[in-house]
Write a protein that binds this ligand. Structure first.
Ligand SMILES: O=C(O)c1cc(C(=O)O)c2c(n1)C(=O)C(=O)c1cc(C(=O)O)[nH]c1-2
Ligand SMILES: [Ca+2]
Length: 708
């Protein structure tokens, strides 16, 4: 089959090094650019060339594309901006008008990871499940489809959101979705790039009745997957999970599409599948035929997932010597902490080694690649609390890794964030408008005693791991202040670029990690940089904007990665840039003395409800991290009616704050307010004192914490 002009250009990207045509630059997803005008000898003189302020001050995770001098960036709330790549001037913009009240239908901020390009059109997914095709020159809509079929969206617990980057190959646009924290059955759809007509759909977990869905996945699910699930676990009502919310790759060498499949729904393996079976295709890579979506092979990295160990992380292909023979392989660093090398054509396990510290397995079986589980890590089966490393955010999350064929190293934006897993008390009980994990929501936050909390904070780490895929060992590492830093790009100038959680943008020497350049971008960076040429000059660009699940959920503790307040922008650098950012705003969320009285009889219940319904956006234990309002200092907590207007009746739905009177009664919402008042009182003085430090982060965040 013909690849068409765009496919050829993506495959032969080095002949078009001025452009960035696909999410990972080429179908290999190596994020390597041969451009070398900016290199180790001159990067110290890199200057800001332009900046473009965004109208969405939430997490920005997008990889922009560059096609012939135009930069296409998707932003939070699924908006698209087309900018002049040399000047940052806005050429056109498109807002699909995602309704604000659905922000809480997704787990992890209303982010968008990027557009796709094919034959004069740009494509992107929207948080409410649509796929939009625009004319790349004018920004006019060509077609739009709803990617969520009616049979998948039935019922309150089916909560689908689309925030992943689309991939385009062979004239078709492919997209998955998220939702496994709520209740979802994952699938990927492929649409004709010209018309938007559905070509095929592949579900990643079985039909609960083992009936055909009349989808490309029917045979594989009915013959291979169904028997790896219990017939009547909670998955039957909760969808089973397996969402493909990030990586989804076409490989022109093997002529296969690879799906990177996510975690179980609910997480709790005992409730989900009665503690039985490996639960295919959770935590797997699944290979399909591009034309039909027909199953070819799968490799399951985390059988019986119960830790949110998604395998959705970026799938990269490269040619690697294995026992003296060059092989076309997939390299993969999923959440579970192991670095896998698989044969791309067959899925055969070649090797695997942990790229970060882990405490849940004693390595991989050398033949099958299956993890050798530590029995105490299987928390739904032991019934005991489990302090897991990696935790639910993984040793590596969506931040894209890069590979340099010059150094032979894979650069992983890695991290360590522990998580406490414990069974939901009294069996599985789903809540509408909330995460439904089968976990004790009183435990999902940080440990509540000072000692355990201090230990938890010591365990927080962020770093670049420069990994040698042939030797399966780290060549070197660069340590950051804390977790949740941006993705990476590697260049022919022997450079690595990365933005950090503390708002700094850096260039490192790709051979040894030496820090060669630093720029203060004023807001945490979680997106991956790109590099391109416009008018013959090399630029490096990145989306700036702190957010995503780490600051949302971990709240105050996430400030220890280096506290910034969200000011979202696209910024671009060149060697002769002359732009200057405006002076930085004050850090927001100054503590305001709260009313002194609250009802201690209801604050425990308020804590439980807060952790169940509010913490995933407003921060563990009601401490914010600089993106969404820190409720402790909000005017809305000062009066029962004011709080009910927002939390109950939805006064701020247009801004992303859903109404909760459908899931909680007024008394429950009032209990939450009483709990926030308690937290505001407990932490007020600590936060006032912290504003006297230069970091404005409390020296000891455990002060002012009363045991629950
Ligand atoms: O299971 C899912 O369906 C799902 C979806 C998403 C998402 O759509 O962003 C995330 C996750 N899981 C997840 O586990 C995770 O750590 C995560 C981080 C982020 C982010 O953008 O900050 N999204 C997601
Ligand atoms: Ca997940």
């Amino acid at each position: 089959a013909s690849q068409g002009d765009t496919g050829d250009a993506i495959i032969h990207a080095d002949e078009h090094s001025e452009n960035w045509l696909s999410y990972g630059r080429t179908y290999t997803e190596q994020r390597y650019s041969p451009l070398d005008e900016i290199n180790r000898s001159n990067v110290g003189n890199l200057k800001l060339a332009w900046y473009f302020d965004l109208d969405t001050n939430r997490g920005q995770e997008g990889t922009p594309l560059v096609v012939d001098g135009i930069l296409y960036a998707t932003t939070n709330w699924s908006k698209m901006k087309a900018l002049d790549a040399a000047t940052g001037k806005l050429l056109w913009e498109y807002d699909p008008k995602v309704p604000g009240n659905i922000a809480d239908k997704g787990c992890c901020d209303t982010v968008n990871r990027g557009p796709g390009y094919w034959n004069g059109k740009v494509f992107f997914g929207t948080f409410d499940g649509r796929l939009v095709a625009l004319d790349a020159k004018t920004g006019k809509k060509v077609w739009e489809v709803n990617t969520i079929p009616a049979e998948a969206s039935l019922g309150k617990q089916r909560s689908y959101t689309v925030d992943g980057a689309v991939r385009v190959a062979k004239g078709m646009v492919m997209i998955g979705n998220g939702g496994a924290e709520f209740g979802a059955r994952g699938f990927v759809s492929a649409f004709d790039a010209e018309t938007g007509k559905l070509k095929w759909r592949f579900y990643t977990v079985p039909n609960s009745k083992n009936e055909p869905d009349h989808a490309a996945s029917d045979k594989a699910l009915m013959t291979k997957a169904y028997r790896t699930w219990s017939p009547d676990g909670a998955w039957v009502r909760q969808g089973g999970g397996g969402t493909v919310w990030d990586s989804l790759v076409y490989d022109p060498v093997a002529d296969l599409v690879y799906l990177a499949v996510g975690n179980g729904s609910p997480w709790n393996y005992k409730y989900r599948s009665d503690g039985m079976g490996s639960n295919l295709f959770l935590g797997s890579i699944v290979a399909l035929k591009p034309e039909t979506g027909e199953y070819v092979w799968h490799f399951q990295e985390t059988p019986m997932d119960e830790w949110d160990y998604t395998s959705v992380q970026q799938i990269m292909t490269l040619d690697l010597p294995v026992n003296g023979e060059k092989r076309h392989v997939i390299v993969h660093a999923p959440k579970n902490g192991f670095f896998y090398v698989l044969d791309a054509k067959t899925g055969e396990f070649i090797s695997g080694k942990n790229y970060v510290y882990m405490n849940w397995a004693d390595g991989l079986d050398p033949l099958s690649g299956r993890p050798i589980y530590k029995p105490e890590a299987l928390w739904p089966l032991t019934g005991k609390e489990w302090y897991g490393i990696p935790g639910d955010l993984g040793g590596h999350n969506f931040a894209a890794m890069a590979y340099s064929p010059k150094t032979g190293l894979v650069y992983i934006p890695a991290q360590q964030v522990p998580f406490v897993y414990k069974n939901q008390v009294g069996g599985f009980k789903p809540h509408p408008d909330s995460w439904n994990l089968g976990l004790d929501m009183n435990k999902v936050g940080l440990p509540d005693n000072a000692e355990a909390r201090t230990a938890f904070m010591k365990d927080l780490k962020g770093m670049i791991v420069a990994w040698d895929p042939e030797k399966q060992q780290a060549a070197w590492t660069v340590d950051h202040k804390g977790p949740w830093n941006g993705g990476l790009v590697a260049t022919g100038g022997d450079l690595l670029f990365q933005g950090l959680a503390n708002g700094e943008f850096h260039a490192y020497d790709a051979t040894n990690g030496a820090d060669l350049f630093k720029f203060d971008a004023q807001s945490g960076i979680i997106a991956p940089p790109i590099t391109y040429k416009a008018n013959g000059k090399q630029y490096v660009a990145v989306e700036v904007g702190w957010g995503g699940i780490y600051p949302f959920f971990l709240g105050g503790i996430a400030r220890t990665s280096g506290w910034t307040v969200n000011h979202s922008r696209v910024i671009a650098f060149s060697l002769d840039g002359k732009a200057v950012l405006p002076p930085q705003n004050d850090k927001g969320f100054l503590p305001v003395k709260p009313p002194a009285n609250y009802d201690t009889k209801v604050t425990d219940n308020g804590y439980f409800l807060f952790q169940t319904y509010c913490a995933a956006c407003h921060g563990d234990n009601a401490e914010g991290a600089g993106v969404l309002p820190d409720l402790r200092w909000s005017g809305a907590i000062r009066h029962q009616d004011a709080f009910y207007n927002v939390a109950g009746r939805g006064a701020l739905t247009a801004y992303g704050m859903d109404r909760f009177d459908t899931s909680m009664n007024p008394k429950q919402i009032e209990d939450i307010r009483q709990f926030i008042l308690k937290r505001a009182n407990e932490t007020y003085q600590r936060e006032v004192d912290a504003r006297k430090n230069s970091s404005e982060i409390p020296a000891n965040p455990t002060i002012g914490l009363t045991p629950q």
